[in-house]
Design a protein. Structure first.
Lengths: 238, 294
């Protein structure tokens, strides 16, 4: 019986050989809860895992999850190691020159600061952010001294150790940490930076982009996207 | 793993730890030690092969081959490892795909380079995008082995080239006097005797190779350093059944012990091999052994 299924599958594949991709590889970082993280079983989980699986179901795509370092996530997309980036990546003009984005699946949200105490000086002090993020670009432009780290985890550790006065990141990433860790506080001050978050694709993959755009629209229309955003507390709703 | 692990929040002490250390994530961590050992086991002979080829080429009396061997050793040794690992692997992967693209899709009209994108036809993808994840991982692993072999092969070539020169000229002259051809003298006299001169250098390379394995993660292979960082990071209770603080120190401590153990065992083994190779050789160590035996 299995053989029969296999043969049918092979035939189906051979028949559709000219079609684009049969498997869409979804690239994510896996270190940025609640957006994406590795669960206790070692699988990719989080808001974007559920969102991506739902989008793939709606677009009738067969998707597979891959993790990649944040630093090299764009180069590996353009060289074809995976087909999409779904990693809490804000849509910015600089990134848009290199890759394409779908429409946003979370609206633009302010970024937050977390520090050891309320009275740190985020204008003149040392602020840390993850490398190649919109927050890092913002701090570099602003007056504070920027210290970059490859992973979000290390930025928090830098605040703890006193290497940096505060960390600037998405509020949704910092909120659970500030809630659970007694020594860290979230500052009142927010920074309004960046656009919404979208999926990144190669500029040559217009078909795939159209499919995901349509799936995101349908999730926006029936309210399931808002429900998912609220469930994972990643952003404000549409 | 254990039936008691269903609700970790009720556990404490050792039973919590037992459950924590047997999560699926930790199993992946333990498996990655195997990945590192496998990489070492495959890369070391492959690098030695590259090194032997490079050294033999550099010694060749056919000038272009000699230039090739010398260029290989000097260029690869001169490029920083990290640059080599970041640039070369992507280039190598694209080269493979380009060749396959040319062979499999001759009637493809669009350019391969479209702006920043590298686009080959679906059939030329390596591995095929339809392949399961383990094929992608194996392919990444093999690319890593090849890159390590090329980099460390260049150093090994230099060591072996020196070792070949260190074999006393009189030995080769004797071989020639017996009427051996160059090829025969090379394989029967030079190669068996050069190892004793090469071993200190090769032993050093082996130690450096052990320490260089964390570069694996740059190539997308999830090695022990990746898992140590992932597992040691702060885990908030919302996202895991086993919340904990920043435990990276303990995980990296475990890696320290693992690497120290590996290098310690290597030193013991290398010392034994050296003793074996020195036996009967016209070196200081061989002479000392002869005197001790007499």
């Amino acid at each position: 019986m299995n053989k029969l299924i296999l043969t049918t599958a092979v035939l189906a594949l051979a028949a559709g050989g000219a079609m684009a991709q049969d498997v869409v590889r979804m690239g994510t970082e896996g270190a940025y809860p609640p957006w994406n993280f590795i669960d206790d079983n070692g699988d990719v989980a989080g808001f974007e895992r559920e969102l991506g699986d739902e989008l793939c179901a709606r677009a009738e795509l067969n998707c597979e999850w891959v993790t990649n370092e944040w630093d090299s996530i764009i180069p590996n997309l353009v060289s074809g190691n995976y087909d999409t980036i779904i990693a809490g990546m804000s849509i910015t003009a600089e990134r848009d020159e290199v890759i394409d984005f779908t429409q946003e699946y979370t609206p633009p949200d302010p970024s937050c600061y977390v520090a050891l105490s309320d009275d740190v000086d985020v204008d003149g002090g040392i602020v840390t952010a993850q490398t190649s993020t919109i927050q890092a670009a913002f701090v570099a432009e602003a007056g504070a001294t920027l210290v970059e780290f490859a992973t979000p985890e290390e930025t928090i550790a830098a605040v703890r150790s006193g290497e940096a006065d505060a960390v600037l990141a998405d509020c949704s990433y910092l909120q659970p940490i500030a809630d659970e860790e007694a020594d860290l506080v979230m500052l009142e001050r927010n920074e309004q930076i960046g656009g919404g978050v979208g999926m990144g694709l190669r500029e040559s993959d217009a078909d795939l982009k159209a499919k995901f755009d349509a799936a995101i629209s349908s999730m926006k229309d029936d309210g399931s996207l808002n429900a998912l955003i609220e469930k994972w507390e990643v952003a404000s709703t549409f | 793993m254990f039936s008691t692990c269903a609700d970790p929040s009720t556990l404490d002490g050792l039973s919590w730890l037992a459950c924590y250390l047997t999560t699926g994530k930790h199993m992946a961590f333990y498996l990655s030690f195997g990945t590192v050992l496998l990489l070492l086991a495959v890369t070391a002979p492959a690098a030695l092969l590259f090194g032997f080829g490079g050294a033999a080429a550099a010694r060749s009396r056919f000038a272009p081959l000699s230039w090739l061997g010398k260029a290989y050793t000097s260029i690869v040794r001169g490029v920083p490892d990290i640059a080599f690992f970041l640039f070369f692997v992507i280039a190598l992967d694209q080269a493979f795909e380009y060749v396959r693209h040319r062979v499999k899709c001759p009637d493809w009209s669009e350019p391969v380079r479209q702006g920043n994108d590298f686009v080959v036809c679906t059939a030329a993808k390596l591995p095929l995008s339809t392949s399961p994840q383990w094929v992608h991982e194996t392919y990444g692993f093999l690319l890593a082995v090849l890159t390590f072999a090329i980099v460390f092969g260049a150093f090994a070539a230099n060591v072996l080239y020196g070792a070949m020169k260190a074999v006393p000229r009189a030995q080769m002259e004797t071989a020639e006097a017996y009427g051996m051809t160059h090829r025969q003298a090379f394989w029967r006299i030079l190669v068996p005797q050069m190892w004793v001169y090469a071993l200190p250098g090769l032993g050093n390379l082996w130690m450096i190779l052990i320490k260089a394995t964390p570069l694996l993660f740059l190539l997308g292979v999830e090695d022990i350093v990746y898992w140590a960082r992932e597992l040691g990071g702060t885990k908030a209770a919302r996202f895991t059944a086993y919340p904990h603080g920043d435990w990276r120190l303990y995980y990296f401590g475990a890696l320290l012990v693992f690497y120290l153990f590996l290098t310690w065992v290597s030193e013991k083994v290398l010392a034994r091999v050296m003793a074996r190779l020195s036996h009967g050789q016209a070196t200081a160590a061989g002479e000392a052994m002869r005197k001790a035996g007499a």
